[in-house]
Design a binder for this molecule. Sequence first.
Ligand code: AHR
Length: 495
Amino acid sequence: MKNSIVINADVEKGTINRNIYGHFAEHLGRCIYEGIWVGEDSPIPNTKGIRNDVLEALKQINIPVLRWPGGCFADEYHWKDGIGPRSERKRMVNTHWGGVVENNHFGTHEFMLLCELLDCEPYICGNVGSGTVQEMSEWVEYMTFDGESPMANWRGENGRQEPWNVKYFGVGNENWGCGGNMRPEYYADLYRRYQTYVRNYGDNKIYKIAGGANVDDYNWTEVLMREAGRLMDGLSLHYYTIPGEFWTGKGSATNFPEDEWFITMQKALHMDELITKHGTIMDKYDPEKRVGMIIDEWGTWFDVEQGTNPGFLYQQNTIRDALVAAVHFHIFQKHSDRVQMTNIAQTVNVLQAMVLTEGDKMILTPTYHVFDMYKVHQDATLLSVDATVGSYKYNDQEVPQVTVSASKDKDGKVNISLCNIDHKESASLSIQLRGIAEQISSLTGTILTADTIDAHNTFEQPEVVIPTEFTQASIENDQLDVTLPPMSVVLLTIG
Ligand code: AHR
């Protein structure tokens, strides 16, 4: 079947919030320690303790916002343990993640430095599960108060006179689970209380994010919006793509049968339904769409790599992960009237990572390349797209074979991203470009694809899955003909 797509370049649907391309880095496994922080005395080249190779790789993908310190870790984290001279910082056990010793060498100052070096917004997640209102309130004061105050003075003593700008602040994480096992009614009340003391000091205006639902817990969203909607700027949602079962076997990241490819795509596409249904509840209480949906944990979650600490959540990353990322971005962009931020889990060495490290070596994952290709969509204008596409069938099930999204950048260039999630069949596309025909002067394309469903980059072969020039597109007047190879992500730019 010839898939037929119309890009309505003259029908604009609002701005794609750059924060949709956000990230998440937790004190978990080798994400922070080794993946980002190696310390100033490390033989691995670093900038004030942050490894340079990872820094440079992450700068390239224009990370707009970075969530920290967790995750589950956030509701056990006591920020005062992570400031002052590093040699004197308290050591604790990271009970959630591997039971390893956390030396608190990467704390508030180090995280803010990382954000400055990456030129991204910090998104801090506060501790509701085991922390006090005072502790949360003082953290905000420590970071953002300008002038004379106990916390601002302390910040100065620790070497930082100027306050930082902290825009995004989460009031707890997964408070239905690792963040306190609460009922939504109870958490809604706690949210109301804690957020009262998350103050705006000076010009720093905080965007407050309430801990949201797990997957399809629509009641959580209902209760939070009803009881606390007017006191929040954002409400989170967590959903991971897991081909198997969470507790009994999630499936391997690299060694998986064909049906797990299909199931993975099907489960990635489920994000659309979740956003639609949670969004409908939000619409009931917030028809103006003032409150953002903040999908601050998403991505693939597979079994850990053999021989690695089960609590470190280290997994490889294949062309399948790249397609999962692309499918998600198309969905997020479609819902960009409500989805104001998303944060893939996680940036380095954990779950669906951008980069993997081994000692002083680093490789870029297929997912990294999707973020790199798709950065053109950040802050661009979403365009209306009408798509009639065929099905990708597997046994008695089917999903759309192709997903698409398009945007116009500030220079008027149109970027169309496409993915063919079928691992066997190519897809022929007939794309009509409405509303720009007489202005078209150039067409360029980039493709990320592979020959096998498990293709991935390794420290020995780091360039098995990398973007290359895409040549299977031709344009005549307003008609674009494209052939997408199986399991491919393509970005077309029309100037
Ligand atoms: O990203 C890993 C963990 O998944 C996070 O710590 C937690 O919030 C979620 O359950």
